[in-house]
Design a protein. Sequence first.
Lengths: 151, 495
Amino acid sequence: MLGASLFMFVDSFSFSYNASLFPQLTSGGVIIGSSLLLLRDYLPDSLNRIVTAEGGVLTTDEQEEAADTDTQTNQETRRNWYFLAFSVTAYVVLGRLISLLWASPIFALMYSVWHKMEWYKVVMLTVVSYLIPKLLMRLVFLPIDEGILLP
Amino acid sequence: MSVEVLFDAINFALSWPTVGWIAFGLVVGIIFGIIPGLGSSLGMIILLPFTIPMEPNTAIVMLISIYCGAMYGGSVTAILINVPGTASSAATTFDGYPMAKLGRAKDALAISATAGPIGGLLSVLLLFLITPFLLTVVLATGSPEYFLMAFIGVALITVVSRGSMVKGLTAGFFGLALTSIGIASTGEVRFILGIRELFNGISYIAALLGMFAIAEMLRLAVEQGQIAKKDAEVEGSIINGIRESVINLFTVIKSGLIGMGVGIVPGSGASVSNFVSYAEQVRSSKNADKYGEGEPKGVMASEASNNATVAGALVPTLSFGIPGSGATAVLLGALLLHGIRPGPSLFTDELILTYSMLIALIIGNILIFIIGITLINRASFVTKVNVNYIIPIVIVFSIIGGLILRNNWIDIYTVLVFGIVGYWMKKHDYSVIAFVLGVVLGPIVESNFLRSLRLSGGSFKIFVDTPLSLALTIALLFILAYPVLNAIRDRRQSA
């Protein structure tokens, strides 16, 4: 966030006044906020308290208690997370290359095999993931079956 | 109130296929509400791209039905397995689950299916009554006031929502800054880094798809498969539940009014209203110690308020284009996508759309009662739901939805990038809602800001010129100064 905002703030000086004002103000706000957060441990106590102050004006005690539940993450769930992040990225890349029509069932197949689902559930999810783009092609007339390698 | 327009709206909402779309939206909303981790925002955003070929009024009515349905759906798992399907039903677990353990699950589900729609209907009827007065307020606002209100909307969310305020404000500003990408009103091209596809800027719908769908699926990936470890027992009496809701109508009405009031405040929404209403019910009860152990009025308070919040949240969204929650941010996105700008037009030329939404909510709340009561005997199916079946389907819908927006692969990349950004933001306690609001409101904020300066010849005094703009500026400064005031108050208390 800080990097992107610094770039926007500096680059905005190359635009005319009207075009530069809004990006300067908003990216400036991000720069100030991000800097305060990055340096909060080095700020004087009073400023640190302001930076770390929490909202929740309407928060009730019951809401606080309900929110105090931690999601337990273990090695397996972390692996699942990394797999999902990787597979979604691969899905997008594959979709660009061979079309979303064919990439979607491949993604569903990879996902269901990774999670060791029963064979009929794997087949079902794969078929559904093929049918969704196939149906949508007819509904919205989009080139979902086109890719760089499969024009 | 224009009676002729009202009758046109009733005709529209009750005609085919509109009523079919309302029912479809309700069922989708109930399903998304039942399954923990999904919710109304997700249901609305993944279907939003597919509404592009639809008539605007039909699309909006369908989306609002999803919002309405999810409010009820969240209570099912909250009662049966102590896991709220949505944050709007979190307070329902306090007494709903104990009722289920006492063999009164059907009573609790029936209360939810009855008190919820009553609260929802009450708030819609109230909204009908205040709609004519809203136009007067909306017409009093000009470009400076619109700019200030949009900014207040983003800032208020960080104060009202839980979490760090500075992080929330930073996220909101970042969302606003990102909308600068692309061609400006002056014709200059900003920050596209040589990527021609960014000429028209970042699609806020693609950003919403990433933040709500992909980020949520990444979060769900750390959940463990089936949402319940064992079957839920569904015992009790449906008739008792309905009777209790009717006998305790005062509780239901009071909670509905609280829900509507909280819904009007940007940043609060049903995730806050159910707690506020529950807390008020406990506070005002003569038998406060019964709450938390299966007190039916606890379920009534939570469910009546969350359904009523839907109509309340429409007030700032339709009047000023300031959504107060994720779902209303998506609704605002839908309005803009279909070429409908919030503000005076929704109370004049497009009044039929506004009334259609309200009629859809009335029909929706009635259908929720019917569907909810019917589903009770089959409610134990929720324990069979496995998130691993849902994740790939939602992701496929989201990615393809990104392509449908503008047939531009940059939107799919946007979905992916914002999915990871959204997950990272949630993990590090940055307000996703503030960021989303910034992304959705950015163009409106900038255009009103520049228009105001043009009108004043470049002087910033225009933002304090009228009593309304002065009051809004003071309110904005107060909200921005809230962390400082809070810190001073805390220091005095500890001293």
